[in-house]
Design a protein around this ligand. Structure first.
Ligand code: B3K
Ligand code: ZN
Length: 848
């Protein structure tokens, strides 16, 4: 037994729990948890197993009769009551345990952050609170009593009474234990109200530590916007009298959708113009939306087991992406989502951590909250929507909510809804869920004077444990453009199901240029031999926003890759950029995206995909050279744009103002290569909001001119944890690569480097990894630094250590020396005594 959990081994739990009463007597070092479970057997003669870890058992009884020690056994992972001691009809199970929240550094279960009690139960944290069947297919109603001397005592559901030193909560909706939450602390609320379309008044509260309450307004407005959007876009209403959000400083991830009591990393709640950037505001809105949308896609309908995680996460990401598109970004949102998917999920799919959106085995489920489960999971929903059409999608989702409300479901249930509403057979489509890897889609074109024939060939490289790949069902959106740029065939959906397939477009008077994979209609790697002239044509004329941007992006990539081997920047590219800069009709955010060069990591990925070995230093130099060349070639226009995009008046995070700042920042980045940093310095000195201030600081650091600004910034913000996270990240993330390791080492010694705080840890370590050429220093110092810190963090906080270990996932791209360094570091980690299950699974998979 190596501890591997397999989908094929799934068995239903042989008991139901109708309702649960929990009583917490809070104390930092010795919290007592009493539970009363109203259970009934559903299968004869079954042992009763409850999960439980790090618990001291005080008492255990069935129907109020204490169990004798021969009737049950306790192991480090749970408690089993022999079938012979379990009644054959409904019964109660009562249990009392003691736990120590103040000793919980893993931030999973019940733990403490700055004197406040809080919980994180997904995926398997509830078992650190009490003995319970901690699996998502066991759903029960919870009643919770909290006793403690803190002013605010919160749990899920509706309030059910409170007095001096106690509060009770009742959640009428059956839920799995992973959605349980408890918060107790000295907190202040920013409150509001939302009336649902059926007239239910819902009280809304954002709870934060005293002193932070002036930074909650945006979060509250985002919550109202999310509630409104889910009613309009999906017909989903909220279902309790209260919706609480609590901000916590020590949190392993972004946020958690606990029923009626969302718990958030404070960086995704707190925002003021002086402390948060446009990106922070946008993330806050999106994540508040995401967690709120889980109320239906995740909570009312949950997952049968953790293999089905993408059922709730893929769908909820798809929903939050649609929300941001609708309320903020419009079509540009698709560019951002597709770019993220290609940069991060394709990278995962091409490396040793590749896994299907629905994996079929794992050792530690926390290691599978990945970009494949989330973002690729969302793409699969998007493809189903394309195949079903907008109306078909709506019908399917209505049936999903009707049919499965209150259930714990599988991907099969989800696909069946689409099969039943569209009449399609989705057996082949299901491969997207069950098989890893990114299909490569090759295209060839034939023109016979009247008909254009597009021939597609799909192939998927083998992934770990999954060598043979059957053809997938791929929705391919295309359009055809005449030589003068007019569209002769508007967007059309082709459905590819074979390994090779041709599509004919007859009756054309001139050979058109094809725009393929419009709107990034499927998560595939399009391999197409386009000349720089073709790309420039598409960049100038494509009516599809994604493909238009992508043509420019491909042009930039081709240019940069050639430059890494000594070529000069292509004139086609520089001319195309000139064309964009001259076009006043472009959306500023779109133009900003076009002016942002592909990242170092993306270039390394592309070079590796072409069968060559990326050189991090050459990539860094090429990027800086091209940016300088663009600035020299288009200096006047960039300067004009920089001046014209200054946003006057008080800061507002709205999409229009943020778009102006995006564009201005892009211009600043380019001009900084030729203006000796004077614009960045002037902007830093005059900035009245964090977006400008951080943009200026980043630019100064990039050119080795940031020392003074960094000091000023620290002096001003040293008491603000979230802003200081930025201070840590930017100086190591943006500094010239040759300085990266020394900077990281110095920062690790800084008294403000509180490495036990996940945000601070991620700022420094994530900052270093983001400095591509710095992290991949040929002498291996970056790798050793990362490995040292993972080994140090692991006993404290395995989840965050394991998550950060993914920084090694690209190791097979690089040359033999670098690979040897990384292999040594991964081996060193894997041989560390007492390594957590989380990090040991990761190092094993990384080593392949
Ligand atoms: N469902 C949580 C993530 C839980 C992660 C556990 N390791 C947040 C979200 O996806 O909305
Ligand atoms: Zn989620």
């Amino acid at each position: 037994m190596d501890g591997t959990i397999r989908l094929a081994d799934y068995r239903a739990y042989p008991f139901t729990i109708d309702h649960v009463a929990l009583t917490f007597r809070l104390s930092p070092g010795a919290t007592r948890v009493k539970s009363l479970l109203h259970m009934a057997p559903t299968a004869p003669n079954a042992d009763l197993h409850l999960d439980g870890e790090e618990l001291s058992l005080i008492s255990l009884a069935i129907n109020d009769s204490p169990l004798n020690k021969k009737e049950y056994s306790v192991t480090p992972t749970g408690l089993t009551i022999a079938a012979s001691a379990v009644p054959t009809t409904a019964f109660t199970l009562s249990c009392e345990v003691e736990i120590a929240p103040n000793a919980n550094t893993a931030l999973e279960g019940l733990y403490m952050s700055n004197g406040m009690y809080c919980t994180q139960c997904e995926a398997e944290g509830f078992r650190k609170i009490t003995y319970y069947p901690d699996r998502p297919d066991v759903m029960a109603r919870f009643h919770v009593r909290i006793e403690g001397d803190l002013p605010v005592l919160l749990s899920n559901g509706n309030p059910a009474g409170k007095g001096e030193g106690w509060a009770e909560w009742d959640d009428p909706w059956p839920k799995p234990a992973y959605l349980f939450a408890l918060v107790a602390g000295d907190l202040v609320a920013t409150s509001g109200c939302f009336t649902t379309r059926s007239g239910r008044n819902v009280d809304l509260n954002i709870y934060v530590r005293p002193g932070d309450e002036d930074r909650c307004d945006f979060a509250l407005e985002s919550l109202k916007l999310s509630m409104q959007w889910d009613e309009t876009a999906y017909g989903r209403e909220y279902d309790l009298d209260l919706f609480n959000i609590v901000a916590v400083d020590d949190f392993n991830m972004g946020a958690m959708e606990n029923k009626g009591l969302n718990i958030f990393n404070s960086k995704l709640v707190l925002a003021s113009p002086e402390t948060a950037t446009d990106t922070d505001y946008m993330r806050i809105e999106a994540v508040i939306g995401h967690e709120y949308f889980h109320n239906w896609t995740g909570n009312r309908i949950t997952c049968r087991d953790w293999f089905q995680l993408c059922l709730k996460e893929g769908l909820t990401v798809f929903r939050d992406q649609s929300f941001t598109r609708d309320v903020r970004l419009g079509p540009v949102k698709r560019i951002e989502d597709a770019a993220t998917l290609r940069a991060r999920q394709f990278r995962e799919d091409q490396g040793p951590l590749a896994h299907p959106p629905r994996p079929d085995h794992y050792r530690e489920i926390n290691n599978f909250y990945t970009v494949t489960v989330y973002e690729k999971g969302a793409e699969l929903v998007g493809m189903l929507k394309r195949l079903a059409g907008d109306d078909g999608y709506k019908t399917a989702l209505d049936l999903y909510f009707d049919r499965h409300d209150g259930q714990a479901c599988t991907i099969e249930d989800w696909l069946k809804v689409f099969e039943d509403t569209t009449g399609r057979n989705l057996d082949q489509f299901k491969l997207w869920y069950t098989s890893a890897g990114t299909p490569r889609l090759d295209v060839t074109e034939e023109w016979d004077g009247d008909t254009l024939t597009l021939t597609f060939t799909q192939s998927t490289a083998p992934t770990p444990g999954d060598p043979t790949k059957a053809p997938r069902h791929i929705p391919i959106q295309i359009g055809l453009l005449a030589p003068d740029g007019t569209e002769v065939v508007p967007t059309t959906l082709l459905e590819m199901t074979e390994a090779t397939q041709s599509f004919h477009f007859p009756g054309l008077s001139e050979r058109p240029t094809a725009s393929i994979l419009r709107d990034f209609s499927a998560p595939v790697m399009l391999a197409r031999d386009l000349s720089t002239a073709d790309l420039a044509f598409l960049l100038a004329h494509d009516t599809d926003g994604f493909n238009r941007w992508d043509a420019g992006h491909s042009l930039a990539k081709t240019t940069l890759i050639a430059m890494t081997t000594g070529a000069d920047p292509s004139d086609d590219f520089l001319t195309a950029i000139g064309g964009l800069l001259a076009d006043d009709s472009l959306d500023p955010t779109f133009l900003a995206h076009c002016l942002s060069l592909p990242s170092d990591d993306e270039l390394a990925q592309a070079i590796f995909a072409s069968g060559k070995t990326p050189d991090p230093d050459a990539i860094y130099v090429a990027r800086a050279d091209l940016a300088r060349k663009i600035a020299q070639t288009h200096q006047t226009r960039l300067e004009q744009l920089y001046d014209a995009t200054e946003v006057k008046g008080p800061y507002s995070p709205d999409a229009h103002s943020a778009g102006q700042r995006d564009l201005r920042r892009a211009c600043l980045g380019l001009l900084s290569h030729i203006d000796a940093g004077h614009r960045a310095q002037a902007l830093f000195d005059s900035a009245s909001n964090m977006t400008d201030s951080l943009a200026a600081l980043t630019t100064l650091i990039r050119h080795g001119r940031g020392a003074h600004a960094l000091e000023q910034f620290r002096e001003r913000w040293k008491d603000n944890r979230l802003v200081m996270d930025k201070w840590f990240m930017v100086q190591v993330g943006a500094c010239p690569p040759k300085d990266a390791i020394a900077t990281a080492q110095a920062l690790a010694e800084d008294p403000l480097f509180d490495w036990k705080n996940p945000n601070r840890f991620r700022s420094l370590i994530g900052g270093l990894v983001a400095n591509h050429a710095g992290f991949h220093a040929a002498n291996g110092d970056g790798y050793a630094f990362l490995a040292d810190w993972l080994i140090r963090l692991d006993p404290m906080n395995p989840q965050t250590a394991a998550r950060m270990s993914t920084s090694f996932e690209t190791w097979r791209r690089y040359d033999a020396t670098r690979q040897a360094h990384i292999r040594d570091e991964l081996t060193r980690i894997s041989q560390t005594r007492g390594l957590s299950r989380d990090l040991s699974e990761m190092t094993q998979r990384l080593l392949g």
